[in-house]
Design a protein around this ligand. Structure first.
Ligand code: MRU
Length: 356
């Protein structure tokens, strides 16, 4: 997708150096950063210079490539893979990508290993682009259906950033929106600010602006009244881990949006590539929910009048705060799952019908 009219992906490789867009600086500064070691990759994932389930999976895959460049040694590779998996716990794509890479790389001691690693990481990246594009083609049908009935702008609410910045290209939740816009369907997006990291305000609104898609940032608590007023035609969100029973783990606050959507008969869709499905655990209570530093709540970052990025504290110094990064939306609140293979019911039957 585009930034300042130039087409970018979120991650790419030049001369054995991994390049990323530093998302902690957006929308105020556009900085391309080099990842040269596996430690750089782990740090980029932990600090959220890269974030979003598919993108952290791809960064982890390239992290193993960097690990091999640093030291072609199986025990170093194994340690790197474990450290990468531990860098963020909730999005299953991270483990999925590392497992996929390690299947190809375990036990290989020849110099061929770098070529194999680069090829597999590239495959993961290209597959994600293709899957996200297909999610867009499949989800477009839903937006088209609403547009045909309504004969007016389709208002879509989204939470966090499940846009191209969270993937390699297209995004998951935003891909149907980009496809609709390219087809000439009038869309407008309600963008949840998404406290505390403000991925909606900082990233989703930014990328929609760059693509010329009308959008309005709202606080995380505004969606309910908009739905009551009939100002939301549908919700589309992404996911960090979808269980085989259709339960969806996504950015904190998704669950409350789904409850509100149910109460107001607003369709609530979740868009995902199959790399985000966790077939192994059956109970959402087993999903490790990331708890991040409470400073993300007590401090906010923005630019001052000289365009300098500044961080300020907004809470009383003595107050405690709790920063859970994800929640779970039960399948019963999800209208459908939009995947690369089609749209299905949020249930084991629905998912297995498409994938097994
Ligand atoms: O904490 P983040 O910014 O990595 O969380 C991202 C989300 O919750 C996204 O909705 C999810 O990863 C899907 S990305 C296509």
């Amino acid at each position: 997708m585009q930034i300042n009219g130039k087409v970018y992906r979120t991650i790419w490789v030049e001369n054995n150096i991994v390049k990323i867009i530093d998302q902690t600086k957006l929308p105020h500064q556009f900085i391309i950063k080099d990842l040269k070691t596996v430690k750089d990759s782990i740090n980029a994932i932990k600090t959220m210079e890269v974030r979003g389930a598919p993108l952290i999976g791809a960064t982890a895959a390239y992290g193993l490539v960097l690990s091999i460049i640093e030291k072609n040694d199986q025990s170093f590779l194994k340690r790197s893979s474990e450290d990468l998996i531990a860098s963020r716990p909730t999005a299953i794509n991270l483990k999925w990508a590392i497992d996929r890479m390690m299947k190809k790389l375990s036990g290989i001691n020849s110099n061929e290993i770098l070529k194999i690693a680069l090829e597999e990481a590239k495959k993961i990246v290209e597959e994600d682009v293709k899957f996200c594009k297909n999610i867009g083609v499949n989800g477009l049908r839903i937006i088209e259906g609403i547009a045909n009935k309504k004969k007016d702008t389709v208002n879509i609410l989204t939470h966090c950033n499940a846009g191209w910045l969270a993937t390699i290209d297209w995004g998951t939740a935003t891909s149907p929106i980009y496809h609709a816009h390219q087809k000439g369907i009038k869309v407008h997006v309600w963008v949840d600010e998404t406290r505390p990291r403000n991925q909606g305000a900082n990233l989703t609104s930014y990328e929609l602006n760059e693509e010329g898609i009308p959008n309005t940032i709202i606080t995380d608590n505004t969606g309910g009244i908009l739905m009551q007023r009939g100002q939301v035609d549908m919700c589309i969100v992404g996911t960090d881990r979808t269980l085989s029973n259709g339960d969806v783990c996504n950015k904190i606050g998704t669950y409350l949006k789904a409850l509100s959507a149910k109460d107001n008969n607003v369709p609530f869709y979740v868009a995902l590539p199959s790399s985000t499905i966790d077939w192994s655990i059956k109970d959402h209570k087993q999903i490790p929910i990331e708890e991040r530093n409470s400073e993300e709540l007590s401090h906010v970052e923005g630019v001052d009048e000289n365009n300098k990025i500044k961080k300020v504290r907004i809470y009383p110094q003595k107050s405690k705060s709790l920063n859970l990064a994800f929640d779970v939306t039960p399948a019963k609140l999800v209208t459908g799952l939009i995947t690369e293979k089609g749209i299905c019911e949020a249930s084991e039957k629905g998912l297995k019908g498409l994938f097994k």
